[in-house]
Write a protein that binds this ligand. Structure first.
Ligand code: TYM
Length: 354
């Protein structure tokens, strides 16, 4: 197998308020990945956002808000590449090539499409159906080797691996002939893990915390102030038992498990360590401790987001700089893909004429 340099890619949709699940499952881990000796690219995936209707003015604001959240959480736009997808045309271009590699049967198995399209599938956009192929293009335009995401993205990343594998196999001869060895695309490693890979709703421990839940009390938004955060945790659903002293005791107690997982992820410790301190405690004691921790961790991010969104010119400059740097990498991949697939490129064909 060809050797690939470690490269980290991940994306977040600008489709409304970012919540604690997005932060703990993804953005907080993006920040941690910066300390690895790898190039990191973090993308605001606006092409994905329009797979369902977005009001144009609101969308522009949301793109800037997600960018502000990245920066406020600690992503350094000098060390990492921060950009929005629509400024780098190679994402859509590679998605087309992958549309011709991916099989209908693969996409028909995607559970997120089924959930999002609901009963009225005939009326869903083609883009919503094709969403996972564009996601594969996002990742593979940079030949990314590692993708930190929450657990809900696992199936999409498996599809990305299938597409890479099929491309490498279908075009094996051409890949070798163009000097890329035995594989052009890496088989990307999903990085899913930690105590908050799947943060659940505060109102129902069996449902994922999500932007689309009609109840605002089900989630903590990154823009919530200290009072709102504390109140939502106070009101979070629990059971009447005290916390167990062993992790095994959280089984069959989804709400307790969720709050312990949130505490662990915010504190950067394990569930076991949380239960070492709080095993035997009632929720009346645990919830205030969790609220304090959540407020100290999240309030500074909300404050910094407010400061950053007040200066859209600065955010737009960060995105323009990141997009230019991203495009330099993606353009090289697309040139190689065009050669491998058998397209005639402007560069070599002009040279041939001369
Ligand atoms: P999006 O915007 O829905 O979610 C962004 C990230 O947040 C994670 N996440 C959660 N993690 C834990 N608990 C939750 N309740 C929770 N809810 C959301 C998601 O897993 C995700 O990591 N398809 C992607 C965006 C995307 C992408 C990509 C990601 C587009 N292209 C390429 C990685 C690589 C998405 O749905 O993001």
């Amino acid at each position: 197998m060809a050797a690939f340099t470690e490269l980290v890619f991940s994306g977040v949709q600008p489709t409304g308020n970012l919540h604690l699940g997005n932060y703990l499952g993804a953005v907080k881990r993006f920040v941690e990945m910066q300390d690895r000796d790898a190039q990191c690219l973090y993308c605001v995936v606006d092409l994905h956002a329009i797979t369902v209707w977005q009001d144009p003015e609101a969308l522009r604001g949301q793109i800037r808000e997600v960018t502000a959240a990245f920066l406020a959480a600690g992503i350094d736009p000098k060390r990492s590449i921060v950009f929005n997808q629509s400024q780098v045309p190679q994402h859509a271009e590679l998605a087309w090539v992958f549309n011709c590699v991916a099989r209908l049967g693969w996409l028909n198995r995607m559970t997120q499409f089924k959930e999002k399209a609901g009963k009225d599938r005939e009326n869903a956009s083609i883009g919503l159906y094709d969403y996972p192929v564009l996601m594969a293009a996002d990742i593979l335009a940079y030949r990314a080797t590692h993708v930190p995401v929450g657990e809900d993205q696992k199936q999409h990343l498996e599809l990305t691996r299938d597409i890479a594998q099929k491309f490498n196999t279908d075009f094996a001869g051409s890949i070798a002939a163009h000097g890329h060895g035995d594989a052009f695309f890496p088989i990307t490693e999903p990085l899913i893990g930690g105590p908050a890979a799947r943060v659940m709703s505060l109102r129902d421990g069996t449902k994922k915390m999500s932007k689309s839940d009609p109840s605002d009390n089900s989630r903590i938004n990154l823009t919530d102030d200290a009072d709102a955060i504390a109140q939502k945790i106070r009101r979070a659903k629990t059971d009447p038992e005290p916390l167990p002293s062993e992790v095994a005791g959280l089984k069959e107690r989804p709400e307790a498990d969720n709050l312990v997982g949130i505490y662990a992820a915010l504190a950067g410790i394990t569930r076991e360590e949380v239960l070492r301190d709080f095993g035997g405690a009632q929720f009346s004691a645990f919830k205030p401790a969790l609220a304090d921790l959540a407020v100290t961790s999240l309030a500074p991010i909300a404050g910094e987001m407010r400061r950053l969104t007040a200066d859209p010119g600065h955010i737009d400059a960060v995105l323009a700089d990141g997009s230019a740097r991203a495009e330099t990498i993606a353009a090289q991949t697309l040139d190689a893909v065009k050669d491998i697939v058998g397209f005639v490129r402007r560069g070599p064909s002009l040279q041939a004429v001369r």
